[in-house]
Design a protein around this ligand. Structure first.
Ligand SMILES: [Zn+2]
Length: 388
């Protein structure tokens, strides 16, 4: 068999950084055979920078790709969501074109797997053509308890349509959007229908979310008024957001909590304790560029590290980002949290993501037998390019 041999300033294996004396050996399709310091003969491909396994983007909305440069920055989440809902109609053909462009950008910059939010089924065509691996989170919004059954039934039909379109065993799960847009009954039904699955929820992305849950006040009143609702239909709990929605789940799920921008230490401790007692696995997904775009603030990342949380990275969508690049998210984290070692960021971007989406049997690291993709990362985190 012909071997491919790769050498660089450094190799990040998914676990640790190795120096330039190491050579990554794969078969022509990129299946890892070995990493060696022995004489590997000639035809070794040498690169400046760091070779890393393909990156996993744990939070994206491919179907919002046409919203590039359309929503003003820094207006806060309620106004942002209003902006997403009220953008002028875009032809499906243009949406398809923008989704294909976004998919290609992610493929070229080294993303090999994506946890993608779908509120509709129109991204199926782009995803079917894609060489990236997808987990489809079919994301439900429904603030009215009385419509919970029919709304969830509608998404069960969508789940069947996705299952039919993609190969058997494809990763598809229902997911709630966020506490301010999903009624209690709907949360309970989603819990019933997602036994042992991976689900996703936007968590504590803005201060208004906690403000609503605790006191029934803040920006979501204005938001609901803007869409013709006199009252915010989801109930007030007197508690922080995560302490309000998490107790609806107890069915063995892995839950991706996305953003966590306003999560406090007491919330992290609450969530960890609840998950342990109720057989859940929690994974925290940071999308720093989207947080800066929408709220001009960042989560307290150090707190999540202190509490040994599982952390992964996402790009969110073109509605709230100027690029779809996990390297771009790593660079933002590195800029604002320089105390976090780059190897830790790399682990969040690769192996942690693969583990969160249960793809670590063959992705996320250069362990023998895996085919994780090979990506060249500039040492200053300015750019990444897919090699295989
Ligand atoms: Zn999102």
């Amino acid at each position: 068999m012909a071997y491919c041999k790769f050498q660089a300033d450094q190799i990040f294996t998914g676990h640790r950084l190795l120096d330039h004396s190491h050579i990554l050996i794969t078969d022509p399709k990129g299946t890892v055979i070995d990493i060696t310091t022995a004489e590997a003969g000639d035809d070794v491909r040498r690169y400046p920078g760091i070779l890393i396994p393909g990156q996993i983007n744990c939070h994206c909305h491919l179907e919002l790709s046409h919203l590039r440069n359309r929503i003003p920055e820094g207006q806060g989440l309620p106004t942002f969501i209003q902006g997403v809902m009220q953008t002028p109609m875009v032809e499906q053909e243009e949406k398809n074109r923008q989704m294909d462009l976004a998919e290609d950008e992610m493929y070229q910059n080294g993303i090999v797997g994506i946890g993608d939010i779908s509120n509709h089924s129109y991204s199926i065509g782009s995803k079917l053509k894609s060489k990236i691996r997808w987990h489809h989170f079919l994301e439900i919004t429904n603030p009215d308890d009385e419509k919970a059954k029919s709304r969830v039934a509608q998404f069960r039909q969508m789940e069947a349509a996705f299952a039919q379109a993609f190969s058997p065993g494809s990763a598809i799960s229902l997911s709630p959007h966020a506490i301010y847009s999903v009624s209690p009954q709907t949360l309970s039904l989603i819990n019933t229908h997602t036994k042992n699955k991976i689900i996703s929820i936007h968590n504590q992305e803005c201060a208004d979310e906690d403000e609503w849950c605790r006191n029934g006040s803040g920006g979501f009143i204005r938001f609901y008024e803007s869409i013709g609702r006199k009252n915010v239909p989801v109930p007030v709990s007197g508690k922080q957001s995560v302490q309000t929605w998490l107790p609806y789940f107890n069915n063995g799920q892995t839950i991706l909590l996305v953003h966590n921008t306003f999560m406090q230490e007491e919330d992290i401790v609450f969530a960890q304790t609840y998950a342990l007692q109720n057989g859940l696995r929690l994974v925290y997904c940071f999308c720093p560029n989207a947080n800066l775009y929408i709220e001009k603030t960042l989560p307290q990342v150090d707190l999540f590290i202190k509490h040994q949380c599982d952390i992964v990275i996402g790009t969110d969508s073109y509605a709230s980002n100027h690029q779809l690049s996990i390297t771009g998210e790593m660079a933002a984290l590195h800029k604002h949290f320089p105390q976090i070692p780059v190897t830790v960021l790399l682990q969040w971007a690769t192996l942690n993501g693969a583990k969160a989406l249960r793809w670590d049997r063959d992705m996320g690291s250069f362990d023998k037998g895996k085919r994780p993709g090979i990506v060249l990362l500039e040492s200053n985190l300015s750019k990444s390019t897919r090699i295989i």
